[in-house]
Design a binder for this molecule. Structure first.
Ligand code: UDP
Length: 243
């Protein structure tokens, strides 16, 4: 990003992106609720070539005990990339990047989860990236919401996430790995569509104030697409597809 412009054609003369998508077209998204027998709630997401499993455990007793809060439950999130999830083997030890992503996902989920109903407990969210291709934090956050709902944790809204960005001076929806590496900006957004509230907004790259506003609008449109698929995934598991 920024200064990493490559010679790759990110947008051709017909307005097609490097993977053939239009500027406002997300990658193929598939969300499934459930799947992990030993978790209280779980979900699986494919977001383009990203493949991520989310497992939720709790509310349960906090260990170590001194971390518990008598007024509310707490949320813990661990985002982790499998060593085989990327082209060049990733060290399995938690990297600074994974610690940061775990923190931003936790903070993006907290406004949605009604933890005050479960004082002294913890809800653990494990996010395992088994294949990564740009945009894993958004895909993982979207899967985490479905897994929390699948665990029966009361929520004010779902958090749906999608990135917008800028390549070849054009605002695009859902940034893939090549566009992330060689483009001009990447803006992951987490959004509660029912409450119309943004819970995650990061920006890597440089945008003018006008481009910034357009990116937020485009990103929110992407979140709404994800939101429909999250609801569909839960409806499929619990109501045989009826929403
Ligand atoms: N990536 C990688 N090796 C790493 C970390 C990331 O190949 O150790 C790739 C991976 O495809 C990831 C992308 O770089 O999705 C972009 O990473 P970024 O930190 O921007 O987070 P993301 O876009 O996945 O939320």
């Amino acid at each position: 990003m920024g200064g990493r412009e490559s010679t790759m054609v990110l947008l051709d003369s017909e307005g097609r992106r490097c993977d053939g998508r239009r500027v406002d077209e997300p990658r193929r998204i598939m969300i499934k609720a459930g799947g992990l027998k030993n978790a209280d709630g779980s979900a699986y997401i494919e977001f383009g070539d990203n493949k991520i499993i989310a497992g939720v455990f709790g509310p349960r007793e906090v260990h170590p005990k001194h971390l518990s809060d008598t007024d509310t439950g707490i949320l813990r999130v661990r985002y982790h990339m499998a060593p085989f999830s990327v082209g060049e083997r990733k060290n399995p030890a938690p990297s600074r990047r994974e610690i940061e992503i775990s923190k931003v996902i936790k903070e993006a989920l907290e406004p949605a989860v009604m933890l005050e109903q479960f004082p002294r407990t913890v809800v653990d969210v494990f996010l395992e990236v088994i294949q990564a291709d740009g945009g894993t934090r958004c895909a993982a956050l979207s899967a985490a919401s479905v897994a929390l709902a699948d665990a029966g944790i009361p929520m004010r809204d779902m958090v749906a996430a999608c990135a917008a960005g800028k390549v070849a001076d054009t605002i695009i929806l859902d940034v893939n790995n090549e566009e992330d590496q060689a483009g001009q900006a990447d803006m992951p957004i987490g959004y509660m569509p029912g409450l119309e509230k943004i819970t995650l907004l990061q920006l890597d790259g440089v945008l003018t104030p006008d481009e910034y506003k357009r990116c937020v609008r485009v990103g929110i449109d992407g979140c709404k697409i994800v939101y429909d698929l999250q609801k569909k995934a839960l409806a499929e598991k619990y109501f045989g597809g009826q929403q």
